[in-house]
Every structure is written in C-alpha cells, then in structure tokens.
Design a binder for this molecule. Structure first.
Ligand SMILES: C[S@@+](CC[C@H](N)C(=O)[O-])C[C@H]1O[C@@H](n2cnc3c(N)ncnc32)[C@H](O)[C@@H]1O
Length: 208
C-alpha cells in the first residue's frame, strides 16, 4: 500500500505539472491516444460519462464535441489539474462538462450513475487497483462500459511494479486487467492496441 506521504507527493507532482501539461506530452502523444480511443467508443443516446484522472479535461472536450448530447464529469486528485480543466473548457461544450476533485479509490458519486467510465494514462498510478475497479463497477449502470487505456506489459501474466515516481507506477498485462475486472463484476469485451505500448481494455458491467 502507498503511504499517505507518497500520495501527497504524487498529487504535488501533478499539481506542478498541470499548468504546462497540455504543452508537453499531451499535445502529441496523449491526444493521439484520445483520438484513437474514440474509434472504439460506443455510447447510448444521451450518455452520462465519467473520466477518472481527467487531467486538463482534453478527453472530455473531445467526447462532448463528438457526442452533442453527452454530459460529462471529470475527476482528478490534483486540484491544479481540475483548475486547468475548468479554465480550458471551450464555450461550445461548457454547460455539459463539470470537473470535481477526488480520489479514484473513493468516487463521490451515486451507484449506477454513469453509462460509461473512461480512464486514460492514470491507472498506473493507483496503489489500490482492486478498489478503483470496485468503485468503477459501483457507479456504472448495468451494461455500462469501462474504457481503460494505459501502458501495458505483454510478457507476463501479472504486473510490473516500477519505482520511478512517488509511490511508483504499475503496468498490467491484459490477463491481470481481466482478473481485476472479474473480481469487480466487469467482463472484459476485448483489448486493442492504441499507440505503442498503450493498450485499451473495454469492460462491460454485467447485468443481473
Ligand atoms: C498522466 S495524467 C493523464 C491525464 C488524462 N487522463 C490524459 O489522458 O491526458 C494522470 C492523471 O491521473 C491523476 N491521478 C493519479 N492518481 C489519481 C488518483 N488516485 N485519483 C484521481 N486522479 C489521479 C493525476 O492527477 C493526473 O492528472
């Protein structure tokens, strides 16, 4: 488990990164990932979606532009990322997107509230991945989808734990992701290569 100190340091790292986030990696690499992810997205008519670890909100803006009836909520534990996301919301999508500060491990939302949950390049930072899967499953409506896009490992059945940032990062194999899904009542509908080592896994909440 990550000690509280490491969580604070990770939060501070993202707070410092936030003002320049869109001008560094994301403008090329992460936004290319968002664009490719969109090719796999399947949503109902008036979707209510959540983006966990939303950063500066670029994915939600893209989704709201593509789906004119979409309502979106972005959640991030970095106050500065949330501030940037609110500031950068384009007028064309402004009324349909809201941003809240919070932890992926304890989502401040009601059960079965969302038709889809998105998570891009954030899962690797979570010290309690089972807890995040369980929360995603709780807030998804039956039949709802979880789109998890992150760096993945392919050569082992479990995970790779790297001590490269406060609290470390963890990369999962497709099988390890599936296992997390099973435990949370989310069936894996498939894995898709997005860009380089970034793998998209789509999960569906089982209907009872
Ligand atoms: C590399 S950025 C990715 C941002 C965005 N999803 C994108 O695709 O550009 C990772 C984000 O995850 C957030 N994050 C990391 N751990 C988190 C947690 N436990 N709860 C909520 N957000 C978290 C960070 O603050 C950061 O904004």
């Amino acid at each position: 488990m990550m000690e509280p100190n490491a969580i604070n340091r990770k939060q501070k790292l993202f707070d410092r990164w936030a003002p320049n986030y869109d001008w560094v990696f994301t403008s090329v690499f992460y936004q290319a990932i968002h664009k490719r992810l969109l090719e796999y997205v399947n949503l109902p008519d008036k979707p209510n979606v959540l983006d966990i670890g939303c950063g500066t909100g670029r994915l939600l803006t893209r989704l709201a532009t593509e789906f004119p009836n979409l309502q979106g909520t972005g959640l991030d534990f970095s106050a500065e990322m949330i501030r940037q996301a609110r500031r950068r919301k384009p007028d064309s999508v402004r009324p349909r997107l809201i941003y809240v500060q919070g932890n992926a491990e304890s989502l401040p939302f009601a059960d079965e509230q969302f038709d889809a949950v998105f998570n891009t390049i954030s899962f690797l930072h979570y010290p309690k991945p089972e807890q995040v899967f369980s929360e995603v499953s709780r807030v998804l409506s039956p039949g709802g989808r979880f789109y998890l896009a992150d760096f993945a490992v392919r050569w082992q059945t479990s995970l790779l734990d790297l001590r490269v940032s406060p609290g470390g990062i963890r990369l999962y194999s497709p099988q390890a992701r599936e296992q997390l899904g099973v435990q949370a009542g989310l069936g894996c509908a498939g894995h898709y290569d997005l860009l380089g080592p970034v793998l998209l896994s789509i999960f569906t909440k089982q209907t009872v």
